[in-house]
Ligand binder design. Structure first.
Ligand code: SAH
Ligand code: SF4
Length: 439
């Protein structure tokens, strides 16, 4: 989501101010930090990064430094107290107002703060989607993101998102469709529909009725030029049968589902206010697998939530064994100021939590390797996204089930689909050989 927002920030400043991006901070007239506050560590990083660019103001009196994103949203003007050399603070929902904020800084010489939630206004004030994003995707990579909803109204007891990004707001159906059509016309073949809880999507349709996420997925899949569809991220309580049925009816929807579960203990799920049980989660997975037998499931886990006992943790390990996950984002619980869980008693020692996290990650890594081994010898359709990160002589493509495969090929294949045979598994990364020229 932040990568996407950074791309939009670059688009806005390019369109309105004629700015160009630079990799060299010493050359910059404006330096913006797009921040994350989901865990404490990410938040602390912002202040150390800010300290590093501060001396640049000495050499360039015109330099403006801004902080955006969720730390900005959470801390607001407090950022200016802790780092008085910061010129502006803007939130995830006010990034479209950057040109005015920058101008106000220049005109008045005063610091500016705008962390309001003007809801969907943002999308009406952003330039048309383009592929010249800042996030490092090559313009030719064939894939991009499209935001379909913003914010979250679930209020899980540990999470800052509803406070920093505001409540759930869906973009109108026609707006999302128009964005995807514009991108498809520019050569995009794969889109990832993006939001904090995409499956909570309720978009206004032409006549004023609302349509759900299952409807949107099918409509996007039917657009000319779109060959593959992904989405992230989703909540188990919004995983309707309608949506599960799309896995059976719509082959363009990939065989990968990221469905965060956080814990395998009903007691902890209730304390987190996740609003579903372990049995309900397993029932969703069973039905998704009935609709799409080869699907890979990935998830998010929080280890060491206040009051998590050894028994609760064992229940999480049991769920991991029962479901079989191909990858996870798993972290230690981080108390966030202002959230209900931050008030809970937490007397599990850090070392105990860290040992649990390691056990969980080792187990998922084994499962990940198992999935990789099962792909050995198979022929996969990959979208060639760019050069390999490790070896610029190689290409990197992504399989339907979200695995990166490195293989030999020529850069003209980037942005196209190719058939690749998986020949080698090194731990859990895949290597392959091209079996047919890209279509
Ligand atoms: N809306 C998505 C997740 C968005 S936040 C969902 O509910 O599934 C991404 C992930 O960050 C969460 O799934 C959770 O695992 C993690 N996370 C959020 N708050 C956290 C906290 N206080 N400590 C540790 N991890 C946290
Ligand atoms: Fe945070 Fe996700 Fe819960 Fe929303 S549903 S509060 S984003 S963890």
């Amino acid at each position: 989501m932040n990568e996407y927002d950074s791309g939009k920030i670059a688009d806005v400043l390019r369109a309105s101010e004629g700015m160009e991006q630079t990799d060299n901070p010493e050359e910059a007239d404006v330096i913006l930090f797009n921040t994350c506050s989901i865990r404490e560590k990410a938040e602390e990083k912002v202040f150390s990064d800010l300290g590093r660019v501060r001396p640049l103001k000495l050499g360039n009196s015109k330099l403006l430094i801004g902080v955006g994103g969720c730390v900005a949203s959470q801390e607001g003007a407090l950022i200016l107290q802790r780092a008085p050399y910061v010129d502006l603070v803007f939130g995830p929902q006010t990034l479209h107002r950057l040109p005015q904020l920058l101008q106000a800084c220049r005109d008045s010489g005063r610091q500016q703060v705008d962390i309001s939630f003007p809801e969907i206004e943002k999308f009406d004030h952003l330039p048309a989607p383009s592929l010249n994003h800042a996030e490092g995707h090559q313009t030719t990579s064939g894939m991009t993101y499209v935001s379909i909803m913003e914010g979250c109204s679930k209020y899980c007891t540990y999470c800052v998102v509803p406070f920093t990004r505001g409540e759930e707001v869906s973009r109108p159906f026609a707006d999302v469709m128009r964005d995807v059509q514009v991108l498809a016309a520019q050569g995009i073949k794969e889109v990832t529909l993006l939001g904090q809880n995409v499956n909570a999507y309720r978009g206004i349709y032409d006549g004023g009725d609302t349509v759900d996420f299952a409807f949107l997925l099918q409509a996007v899949a039917a657009l000319e030029g779109i060959e593959r569809l992904r989405y992230t991220t989703s909540h188990p309580m919004e995983m309707t049968q309608n949506l599960i049925d799309v896995y059976a009816s719509t082959p363009k929807l990939v065989s990968h589902l990221h469905l965060p579960v956080q814990s395998g203990s009903d007691r902890i799920l209730a304390a987190m206010k996740r609003r579903h049980t372990v049995l309900e989660y397993k029932s969703i997975i069973r039905r998704v697998r009935a609709a799409r037998p080869d699907i890979c499931i990935t998830s998010d886990f929080i280890v060491g939530f206040p009051g998590e006992t050894e028994q609760d943790f064992e229940a999480t390990m049991k769920l991991i064994d029962e479901v079989g996950f191909d990858n996870s984002f798993s972290y230690l619980y981080s108390p966030r100021p202002g959230t209900p869980a931050a008030e809970l008693r937490d007397d599990t020692p850090h070392e105990v939590k860290a040992a649990r996290l390691k056990r969980l990650q080792d187990r998922i890594m084994e499962q990940e390797e198992g999935v990789a081994q099962s792909m050995l010898g198979s022929v996969q359709r990959v979208l060639v996204e760019g050069l390999s990160r490790k070896d610029a002589q190689e290409l990197a493509g992504r399989t339907d089930n979200n695995r990166v495969v490195n293989f030999s090929g020529t850069p003209d294949m980037i942005g196209r689909f190719a058939e690749v045979k998986i020949t080698q598994v090194v731990r859990h990364t895949l290597r392959g050989e091209l079996v047919s020229e890209p279509s």
